[in-house]
Design a binder for this molecule. Structure first.
Ligand SMILES: Cc1ncc(COP(=O)(O)O)c(C=O)c1O
Length: 365
């Protein structure tokens, strides 16, 4: 890029990425995985940026994970050779895009997420003209995609085995429900989940892979599952947010690498300040106690409500704020914040050093 702007010239809201913290988060997750012989296949939905994917791959990530074909296409310039599209693809119109991705990658994996989905997916697979590698989703308590009844898994495996268009390569699960589990319960819940996953796998073929692991569980799963699982797929760990630092306590707040810079634009009544960042910056996602974002400078300032372009700030320190003052906030949920911005401002020791495009922003197809 040309000379980066100085911090003082940034207009708000701006999304700030601390490059050192980001790179430290990438290294730290990779080193846990390396230490336990587990592959890291990060989910790129959190960052949607080639610049970040490239760093994950350089650090040792074995491949990437995404939800949509458009995200996979946007990440091709990262140099990735493997991508797992962890979503229930059904649309025959997408066959040419799947074929093109399969041709450009060494290892494209797609998902089969239930008995009902398997039948429709096989029709789509046939249209691609390729033999596709698939991972079977097992529900581990989130209640979203994934086989509920362990007895259904061998039936799905048999259905897949009869098709010349697919090859079952393993199993995955998204245990997003463990964001709500108490830290003391995590290990026992993970052990129970690993036991169920291995039982399903062993009922079909002991050589198949198991790929669980989100940001709350990945480190523990890599340690506890070493030798039993082959990969983990965390996403939000690259940046962190209130969900990971405050709700679950998984990431210390001084490792969180993405923040929102916003400006106080009004003080309409005592006890309330309005900022120029609302749901079109923070999204509508909130912490379980209803907070969209918290100031990171130690003052008691919380965004407790959002309209599209306004954030309502309350807290003990709100009456000390001045109109025009700029505040740095940690958002409740980082993935949805990134998806709402075209670019992020990259910071190093308080200085702007770069601007990165959010390459897969809005790639929801
Ligand atoms: C299928 C799948 N894998 C992995 C992840 C990564 O989860 P997290 O961002 O909590 O690490 C998600 C998140 O939604 C997901 O849906």
């Amino acid at each position: 890029m040309n000379t980066p702007p100085s911090f003082d010239t940034l207009q708000t809201p701006s999304i700030l990425v601390d490059r050192s913290r980001l790179e430290a988060n990438i290294r730290s997750m990779q080193s846990v995985c390396d230490a336990h012989g587990v592959e890291l296949r990060p989910h790129i939905k959190t960052h949607k940026m080639v610049e970040v994917a490239r760093r994950q791959l350089e650090a040792g990530a074995r491949g990437l994970t995404c939800a949509k074909l458009g995200e996979a296409e946007a990440m091709l310039p990262s140099g990735m050779r493997g991508m797992f599209v962890a979503h229930s693809l059904v649309d025959p119109r997408q066959a040419p895009r799947i074929r093109a991705l399969a041709e450009q990658l060494d290892d494209l994996r797609l998902a089969v997420t239930s008995e009902a989905h398997a039948e429709v997916f096989l029709r789509l697979a046939a249209l691609t003209g390729r033999k596709l590698s698939v991972m079977m989703a097992i529900d581990s308590g989130l209640g979203r995609e994934g086989v509920r009844d362990p007895a259904a898994a061998p039936r799905i495996a048999a259905l897949l085995a009869r098709s010349p268009h697919v090859e079952l390569r393993g199993f995955y699960t998204h245990e997003g429900n463990l964001y709500a589990a108490a830290p003391a319960e995590q290990a026992s819940r993970i052990e129970e989940m690993l036991g169920r996953l291995c039982a399903v796998r062993d009922s079909i073929d002991r050589t198949l892979a198991i790929w669980p692991g989100c940001s709350v569980t990945a480190r523990l799963i890599a340690r506890m599952g070493a030798g039993r699982i082959q990969a983990v797929r965390p996403g939000a760990y690259v940046f962190g947010d209130l969900a990971l630092s405050r709700t679950t306590g998984i990431m210390p707040s001084d490792t969180v690498a993405l923040h929102v810079l916003a400006t106080v634009v009004d003080k309409p009544e005592p006890g309330l300040a309005l900022i120029d960042a609302g749901s079109k910056t923070f999204s509508s996602d909130r912490t379980p106690d209803g907070i969209s974002a918290l100031a990171i400078d130690g003052r008691d300032l919380a965004v407790v409500r959002v309209n599209e372009e306004h954030g309502y700030v309350r807290g003990k320190d709100v009456d000390t704020l001045q109109i025009g003052e700029r505040i740095v906030f940690m958002p409740a949920h980082v993935c949805t914040v990134v998806n709402l911005t075209d670019e992020v401002v990259v910071m190093e020791r308080g200085q702007v050093v770069d601007t990165w495009r959010v390459d897969a922003r809005g790639r929801i197809r």
